[in-house]
Design a protein around this ligand. Structure first.
Ligand code: CA
Length: 516
């Protein structure tokens, strides 16, 4: 412990020299050092007092968080939460992975402190943030209208994109498809015309390492597969909660996906190939197109450069649907169910909310995003934090940052500049393309149920979704016919309580987002 403190002091001494703001005390919350206990669990890390970010925050604010995380031996944060709640000894601050449902359920019962008044009176930076982004506040509030945790708020809008083999298009003398009909022609050519040049009809035109990415294609027939970054989720259209799998465009989309599947345009093993699909089909020069993350997919342009001569995987704009709409259905969610909350055991919520507020100051946000100056980054001439080459060479940047206590799931607002610095050029080019086209659509950010609504949802939804997915797979694989089944399908959904679930969701949604 002594050794750690000395090391941190040395780090801070460096910072003081390069960043005078650290020394002037304007971020001090308390003259006498104050300690709070904290539970912050993630499968990859838990709160660590030796994190340089914690040490710097302690120096700047006077507040010190003592690690008191439950379940340090389990990778499951849900299990850690259960251990903590069962112990009856909840630490002063509770944070980490997926705390939203827990704090929104137990907060109104008294286990967590409501934050609205504390923010108004003692947290000017948080107050300004939520005034600027009222929809983010609404999205994390509980059914009683109170906020029970400060969320981790991702920055950067883009998640997944359509990727296509540019070198295959060039080999076959084709342009990137701009609409659903051209896409059909391109995938058919990938299937029939031997773009990988081995003389064998072995190409897999469209593949997905997460099979629900196959369902994105229903958007090409004006259907929807999800309204959020969770698969099979509800979405909102004109203020009304709906589910894609009961929509007319979905019916048309699945009918055509089934046709494409039967014609060999879609990976025959799409439902079973699993997470290695991308790695395998790209490195074996077999896969032609997918829908996957910008940053990680762009990496294959570097890692396969020697193995697959000419390999060029390129982001294409979403092809226009049958009605001419171009949409990117997936995007990064703007608020996460992760963050931190104040428990009922906390002796000083006012000081604690001031500490939470610190991470929404410029200095605190930099610590949360970039780590500590002189350790992970230096400043450029414009004063912006830039990761050092030495730090980048240590391996995956996120893992290195976790070890400093940066980019961990406390309540903070991410700064996408942290990621831009190490994102591959082919992904950045794709992001520019998606930016220029303005393809993103609004996300459904979830609802907080009251007890009655929760009951309706819990009673019905799981079996409804299972039924939807069973039918969906049978239709795609061709063992059932969606046109013939459709009316019965809708009637069965109704019998299973589908419309009751929609009504419960709608009532929660109207309360939460003020759509009256
Ligand atoms: Ca071939």
């Amino acid at each position: 412990m002594r050794k750690i403190t000395t090391m941190a002091a040395a780090l801070l001494a460096t910072s003081v020299m390069t960043a005078p703001a650290f020394a002037d005390g304007h971020l001090k919350i308390t003259d006498e050092p104050v300690e709070f206990t904290v539970h912050l669990h993630n499968k990859r890390y838990q709160y660590d007092e030796s994190w340089p970010v914690e040490q710097a925050a302690r120096e700047l604010t006077g507040v010190h968080l003592k690690a008191a995380t439950f379940g340090t031996n389990t990778p499951s944060s849900a299990e850690a939460h259960n251990l903590m709640l069962a112990s009856g000894d909840i630490p002063h601050i509770v944070g980490g992975d997926k705390i939203k449902n827990m704090v929104n359920e137990y907060g109104p019962q008294g286990a967590f402190v409501p934050l609205n008044d504390l923010i108004d009176e003692h947290a000017p930076n948080l107050k300004a943030f939520f005034e600027k982004y009222p929809e983010k506040k609404a999205a994390v509030s509980s059914f009683d209208g109170n906020l029970y945790y400060i969320p981790y708020l991702p920055d950067g809008k883009y998640g997944r994109a359509y990727w296509m083999r540019r070198d295959w298009l060039d080999t076959l003398g084709l342009d990137a498809p701009t609409n659903v009909d051209e896409l059909y022609e391109v995938l058919t050519a990938f299937r029939n015309d031997d773009p990988n040049g081995n003389g064998i009809k072995d190409e897999v035109p469209y593949f997905a390492r997460q099979w629900p990415e196959l369902l994105r294609l229903v958007t090409l027939w004006d259907g929807r597969s999800s309204g959020s970054d969770t698969y099979h989720d509800f979405h909102v259209a004109d203020g009304k909660i709906q589910h894609g799998y009961a929509g007319e465009g979905y019916k048309e989309g699945i009918k055509n996906i089934a046709k494409w599947y039967a014609e060999g345009l879609i990976d025959a093993e799409v439902f079973t190939r699993g997470s290695s699909a991308r790695e395998y089909l790209l490195s074996e020069n077999l896969g032609g197109m997918t829908h996957d993350w910008f940053a990680s997919t762009s990496g294959y342009n570097i890692s396969l450069k020697d193995k697959v001569p000419g390999f060029d995987f390129e982001v294409i704009a979403p092809p226009a649907s049958i009605s001419g709409k171009q949409i990117a259905e997936h995007r990064r969610i703007p608020v996460k169910p992760d963050g931190w909350a104040i428990s009922h055991t906390n002796p000083d919520p006012v000081t604690t909310i001031k500490y939470f507020d610190f991470y929404f100051t410029e200095e605190g946000r930099e610590l949360a995003n970039f780590g500590v100056e002189g350790v992970s980054y230096e400043r450029n001439d414009a004063g912006e934090p830039i990761f050092t080459d030495e730090f980048k060479a240590k391996g995956p940047i996120n893992s290195s940052l976790y070890q400093l206590g940066s980019q961990v799931q406390r309540g903070y607002f991410q700064d996408f500049n942290y990621e831009i610095q190490w994102t591959n050029p082919s992904a950045l080019k794709g992001i520019e393309l998606y930016d220029a086209g303005d393809y993103l659509i609004d996300q459904f950010l979830g609802v907080a149920f009251n007890e009655e609504e929760q009951g309706v949802y819990d009673k019905n939804w799981s079996s409804i979704q299972t039924y939807m997915l069973e039918k969906q797979q049978a239709w795609v694989l061709g063992s059932a016919d969606i046109e013939a089944d459709w009316d019965d399908y809708l009637a069965t959904l109704d019998k299973m309580g589908y419309n009751d679930v929609l009504a419960a969701m709608q009532s929660a949604y109207d309360r939460q987002y003020g759509t009256n």
